[in-house]
Design a protein around this ligand. Sequence first.
Ligand code: NAD
Length: 375
Amino acid sequence: MVTYRIASIGGDGVGPEVVAAGRLVLDAVAARDGFSIEWPEVLAGGAAIDAYGAALRPEDLEAVSACDAILLGAVGGPRWDDPAGRVRPEQALFALRGGLELFANLRPVTVLPALVPSSPLRPEVLAGVDLLIVRELTSGLYFGRPSEQRDTPEGRVGIDTLIYTEEEIRRVARLAFELARGRRGRLTSVDKANVLATSRLWRVVVDELRPDYPDVEVNHQLVDSCAMLLVRRPSSFDVLVTENLFGDILSDEAAVLAGSLGMLPSASLGERRTVHGRFGLYEPVHGSAPDIVGQDAANPLGTILSAAMLLRWSLGLGAAADDVESAVRAAIDAGARTADLLPAGGDGAGIRVVGTREMTAAVVDGLGSRIGVAS
Ligand code: NAD
């Protein structure tokens, strides 16, 4: 029997609650399909600061790096919020992304028809939305140095540095081309080439890759107009690729389309492969939601859909990933809604308000038993 090793990092706030949900679903798939999962548990973020005084210990980074993949909840919370603090929870995320060279963050956004009333956008705008944002994750403005405040004769000055090497652009763009090739063959590269030198290099490098992907149609879009089109004509996008800061903002904007932040999964991938697939870190897009912690109120579906991405990308189990996504759709179609998914106008007919655990159970039920069906 194959045994996969998946590092389990609950983190802070609702993180442990939603990771428990993701693990239940993956364990149910394992029991159904005849494999097993070992779950080494690692503390990160505020929990690790409390226990060890560091957001992620080097030995824990090494331990997760030896696994097939990582399932993460979220880190952070008011207890560790001091922006001037020497150790901060989000240092764990930077250590994981940078230390494991996970340079591409994939955020798929689809709109389940049953959740259209949960989105603030009009139904006709949401029809057919199925896009994937690929955000560069380990460079750009978030990592450029210098990044500091200085006292000058003219007063205080803040400085950040936006820098990209051509190789950093090429590797994430190449992955985006490959992803577009496996989808509807359309790639939108998002930049600010009318103003920024890094964006002009970004365009050149993306264009240089075109001959390798003649089946992919590429267009360049300025980030400001892209932000507008994402809410006006979101169904016109297939794959979007962009640098770190633009991707951070656009992917949160796109979250509105899906009805709730709690629905959105993500995968962070690099080039490293294990015997089973690409090594990756999988986490919901949302944060630690301290306002609802411990209430069985967190929507687990973003994490469960992240677990589906884990099956597909890191374990090579695409059919099982499809099954998890179908089970999520079935639970929603059957009327199950965590509080964040309630339509603006009230709970409506056929809608059942459920907690984290009941939503997870509905997904597990929907997975069925392949063994049972076959026998
Ligand atoms: P948040 O995503 O935690 O919460 C925003 C709002 O969405 C809240 O009202 C919350 O209750 C709701 N929400 C979030 N996830 C939900 C879910 N699964 N189900 C139902 N409702 C959900 O963002 P925030 O409030 O800006 O940040 C809270 C903390 O999380 C901060 O410390 C922040 O630094 C951290 N954070 C961490 C990550 C991460 O670990 N990747 C990402 C974003 C924010």
